[in-house]
Design a protein around this ligand. Structure first.
Ligand SMILES: CC(C)(COP(=O)(O)OP(=O)(O)OC[C@H]1O[C@@H](n2cnc3c(N)ncnc32)[C@H](O)[C@@H]1OP(=O)(O)O)[C@@H](O)C(=O)NCCC(=O)NCCS
Length: 333
């Protein structure tokens, strides 16, 4: 199969019967084995309405229709609702090619891809080969997700700082700068306090694993004149539904000098301009005025307030949404 032979086009009303036949030929056996019944009328109605509305797309090899794909592009993720290749065209790489296109589109949008697959459908192994893993399961289905595979952590520069990838040798500097009340008091209550002697080492090792899985960026914040000496940290992750995509701290002797404003803006620029992410969800304790000002200044909108457990106890928290277009507007002011 040549990739150029495969065309994906929007479905039309006249594709309704083909779409239904494809679902029936690929899925009916699994449905009968699982439930003992096939809801033909409902399946026909859905195939017809998805074709008519253009929600589904037709996969063609040259001029021949060989399958159906349907992806719902939601704000938090792309949901792969259907990927059906008719039996005589299976096992020729068409499904893999279409799936790769779906994955690249989500990657470009900065979003993960999710899908549901019946437990008795061997397609589960196919999705696993393409980087999906089971996020949840029910007696009938697996709910799978393919997280965003982030690129290598780049070195970023600001006027005074260099942000470079976190490394194992940073553990002693983290232990020295982080274990202070002024740094931890408004951080998430899961941060152990009093901070254990091996706290930084555990943190760095855990971070390296998460980084190796391509799930999150970790930058050591250093002064340009001392690029090996970590004085703070900044983390960034894709929208995973937790509404918390960026975290930062800086050593107490360097707080209040505009340094995190500088670092956070550079990382935000990377997320919006290089990665093309549409937004960032951000949080802080209400009492953490400096952190909250950084968000407001970037153009973030306060979305909700809620109680949360911090290292210093339960207190009010703020959840912000920073949209790429709002950040760009604020930037030029
Ligand atoms: C929050 C933190 C990262 C801010 O970094 P920073 O380098 O000190 O911040 P900046 O100097 O860039 O200041 C950011 C804004 O907060 C203001 N600010 C700084 N320190 C402040 C303070 N103690 N009280 C009130 N406002 C303060 C600054 O004036 C600035 O506001 P402006 O842009 O309107 O002028 C830093 O204080 C810190 O590490 N705190 C501990 C860890 C933490 O709480 N992380 C955030 C968790 S959500």
């Amino acid at each position: 199969m040549k990739a150029s032979d495969i065309v994906i086009r929007r479905a039309e009303e006249s594709d309704g019967e083909f779409a239904y036949q494809t679902v029936e030929r690929t899925m009916k056996g699994y449905a009968l084995a699982l439930w003992g019944t096939w809801l033909e009328a409902e399946a026909r109605r859905n195939a017809a309405s998805d074709a008519k509305s253009g929600r589904s797309r037709i996969i063609q090899r040259g001029s021949e229709r060989v399958g159906v794909v349907c992806v719902d592009r939601l704000a938090t993720h792309h949901q792969l609702e259907q990927l059906y290749i008719v039996p005589e065209h299976q096992r020729q790489g068409i499904g893999a090619h279409v799936l790769q296109l779906v994955l690249s589109e989500a990657q470009a949008a900065g979003l993960p891809v999710r899908l549901r697959v019946l437990r008795n459908n061997p397609a589960k192994a196919f999705y696993e080969r393409h980087g999906f893993s089971v996020a949840a399961e029910s007696p009938e289905r697996f709910f799978m997700e393919r997280a965003l595979n982030l690129p290598e952590t780049p070195v970023l520069q600001t006027a005074r700082l260099v942000l470079r990838p976190l490394r194992l040798e940073d553990a002693p500097a983290i232990q020295r700068h982080f274990a202070h009340w002024e740094v931890v008091r408004w951080l998430d209550g899961r941060v152990p306090w009093p901070y254990p002697d091996n706290g930084a080492e555990m943190y760095v090792q855990g971070s390296m694993d998460v980084r190796a899985q391509g799930k999150r960026f970790f930058w050591a914040i250093c002064f340009k004149e001392a690029p090996h000496d970590l004085v703070g940290l900044i983390e960034l992750l894709p929208d995973d539904g937790s509404h918390d995509q960026r975290g930062f701290w800086i050593a107490k002797e360097f707080q209040g000098r505009g340094l995190m404003t500088e670092a956070a803006d550079r990382v935000t620029e990377y997320a919006f301009l290089q990665l093309g992410w549409p937004h960032l969800w951000l949080t802080n304790a209400e009492g953490n005025v400096a952190s909250s000002r950084i968000k407001r200044r970037q153009g973030a909108q306060l979305v909700k307030k809620m109680e949360k457990k911090y290292v210093s106890g339960v207190a009010g928290g703020e959840v912000w949404l920073l949209k790429s277009e709002d950040w760009k507007r604020h930037r030029t002011l």
